[in-house]
Design a protein around this ligand. Structure first.
Ligand SMILES: C[S@@+](CC[C@H](N)C(=O)[O-])C[C@H]1O[C@@H](n2cnc3c(N)ncnc32)[C@H](O)[C@@H]1O
Length: 272
């Protein structure tokens, strides 16, 4: 059993990329944060692509902040010929560049080291900015999210589109209970959630007996209700065009926006 304690989830992605680069891990899909589920990544890409393309048919430039293995950018090659990605560690940048090189797209998609709060491309303005599955990772706080939005807004051309995907509306208590196996088991027994109970027991069995490395996080996940996030987006000159439920891609109506729910949400926004 090996458990690595990390603070921010970004340390996990860096570590995973190092292990893929060293040949220790074969599956580079991990870098997208969806384990080995290529299916889940494909589904998400199709939703984001559909939502953006139904609003605009082509883009002058696209910047993907926290671009993982570049899967989203690859899908937009036919709609844009000026594509950029940002990743927070050298190891992830190297990994993604080599993945793009294998696809012969390393010349079309430029990837550099940076973060949501530090984007150092020479280019000054972007027509479209995508930030999918990033603000939700452990270690982001309201302050960092606001700082990031301020930077996105400065880099975004007038009427440009910002797509923030998979933002949790309410933090699932599950993550806070992470530290106590017993509390977790009791929670699932009380909720008669047998499927999760079996999964959790299986997971701990793996932790004890497999050679896999597990990560243990100490920082919390950032979550925010839709109406509150809308106010913050407005503060940085963005207006919400549409809000979608990330897992189904259903549009969330204005009425539904008022109900706080345990769900992940996609925001399609326009810069004023
Ligand atoms: C869950 S993955 C999502 C990857 C990709 N956007 C997707 O949706 O498939 C989280 C990504 O955020 C990146 N990341 C972590 N901390 C970041 C930060 N401070 N700024 C920008 N990206 C960050 C990670 O390197 C990783 O690529």
């Amino acid at each position: 059993m090996a458990i690595r304690k990390v603070n921010k989830a970004s340390e996990i992605y860096k570590d995973l990329a190092i292990r893929v680069n060293n040949g220790e891990l074969k599956n580079s899909d991990f870098i997208n944060g969806r384990g080995s589920s290529k299916g889940l990544t494909r589904k998400r890409i199709q939703y984001v692509k559909r939502n953006l393309i139904s609003y605009r048919k082509s883009f002058k430039s696209i910047l993907d902040v926290g671009c993982g293995d570049g899967s989203f950018l690859v899908e937009f090659v036919e709609f844009c010929n000026d594509l950029y990605g940002v990743l927070p560690s050298e190891s992830e940048v190297n990994l993604t560049r080599s993945i793009l090189k294998n696809k012969k797209l390393d010349k079309s998609i430029k990837v550099i080291k940076g973060s949501t709060t530090e984007i150092n491309f020479k280019k000054k303005k972007y027509d479209c900015i995508i930030c999918n599955g990033v603000f939700l990772i452990h270690g982001f706080t309201l302050e960092i999210v606001e700082e990031s939005l301020e930077i996105f807004s400065k880099l975004q051309s007038k009427n440009g589109l910002l797509y923030i995907g998979e933002q949790p509306e309410i933090e699932e208590d599950y993550y806070r209970r992470e530290k106590s196996i017993l509390k977790k088991i009791i929670y699932f027994i009380k909720g008669k959630n047998i499927k999760s109970l079996i999964l959790i027991v299986y997971h701990y069995f793996l932790r004890l007996f497999s050679k896999r490395i597990f990560y243990r996080l100490s920082e919390n996940m950032f979550s925010i209700p839709i109406n509150e996030f809308e106010k913050i987006l407005n503060k940085y000159d963005y207006v919400i065009v549409k809000v979608f439920e990330s897992s189904t891609n259903k549009i969330i109506s204005d009425n539904e926006k008022n109900k706080k729910m345990l769900r992940r949400v996609d925001y399609l926004c326009r810069k004023k």
